[in-house]
Design a protein around this ligand. Sequence first.
Ligand SMILES: NC(=O)c1ccc[n+]([C@@H]2O[C@H](COP(=O)([O-])OP(=O)(O)OC[C@H]3O[C@@H](n4cnc5c(N)ncnc54)[C@H](O)[C@@H]3O)[C@@H](O)[C@H]2O)c1
Ligand SMILES: O=C(O)C(=O)C[C@]1(C(=O)O)C=C[C@@H](O)C=C1
Length: 342
Amino acid sequence: LSARGVHVHLDDHDQDRRRTAAALGAGSEDPPQGRVELVVVAVPPTRIAATVAELQRRGAARAYVDVGSVKAGPAGELAALGGDPASYLGTHPMAGRERSGPMAASADLFEGRPWVLTPTPETRTEVVNLVLELASLCRAVPVMMDAAAHDRAVALVSHTPQLVSSLVAARLESADEAAVRLCGQGIRDVTRIAASDPRMWIEILAANPGPVADVLAEVAADLDRTVRSLRALESADEQKRSEGAAGIEAVLRRGNAGRERVPGKHGAAPASYETVAVLINDRPGELASIFADAGRAGVNIEDVRIEHATGQQAGLVQLVVEPAAAPPLAAALRERGWSLRQ
Ligand SMILES: NC(=O)c1ccc[n+]([C@@H]2O[C@H](COP(=O)([O-])OP(=O)(O)OC[C@H]3O[C@@H](n4cnc5c(N)ncnc54)[C@H](O)[C@@H]3O)[C@@H](O)[C@H]2O)c1
Ligand SMILES: O=C(O)C(=O)C[C@]1(C(=O)O)C=C[C@@H](O)C=C1
């Protein structure tokens, strides 16, 4: 939003996170002077309703939107707290990371992604329009849904996949080192989201347990059938072996058909970026000062990756930027004494 000229004020009850986000160029740490147009609440799901209600009580904005992964619960809690349903809209951008905090943020996260809006008959049109503008500034694709239908849909496409990824990764916990050493790309793809923050996911799953249990029970039935097919493949009886092979083929083919239905990113063309690599010492404040120097050079950082050399007090920070911004950023950082790497 900042990159698109919107004046953004940041708040977080963790000051370090707020400071890091501001240093990354996400917005200003200064509190707004008076009422803002829109507040975007991006706190853990159980904190959404109380946060919105408190902001509404203070008259902080014309409109309030949250981005929580579950929708029916927070809306009900806001009503119970006496919040104003007319100025609030529950939303969910279908984009995220398995890592938390400002260092895991990236400016193009929402590009081409569905952004679910769950207006009710009480939501003011002006509020829906503001949120449509928000989604459009983030280059996301707005999708209107009822909150309960949203929660059932994400049980299938987000919440069950998180659990299945965790279940597969959990098999590795006490596996032999000899096996773990062989991990290739397949298991990396299937287990990426198993690295997610359990505290956040306990809250999400606790707010949507029924629909997730329904989908997981169907996965469990498929698993049972698949185990029986594999056992049949071990049999000496040819007929049983061919039934087993048919069962396995059926599940693989159903998987192909399901996978084909997964849409690519909608609309926006994939952005191509360049990387400026900077050597840093492992001491507090190094990152914040690189971001501040990039900000002074007028460069927007799209993404950040950090590699720590094992056993050394140094690391390599890769700043991902628009191609045109890479040469001026490199020059500005060199001028300020940073050591750059190819
Ligand atoms: N990570 C994802 O993939 C993803 C995707 C879509 C939506 N969401 C939703 O976005 C929200 C935030 O998730 P995240 O992944 O950005 O988590 P996060 O941990 O990176 O950010 C949450 C922030 O909220 C702050 N916070 C907690 N309680 C607060 C309070 N009472 N007042 C002010 N700040 C408070 C925390 O300090 C933290 O910085 C959640 O509701 C989550 O369901 C997450
Ligand atoms: O890709 C990831 O790492 C995510 O965490 C993304 C993901 C998802 O399931 O697609 C996870 C939870 C959110 O509510 C929305 C998006």
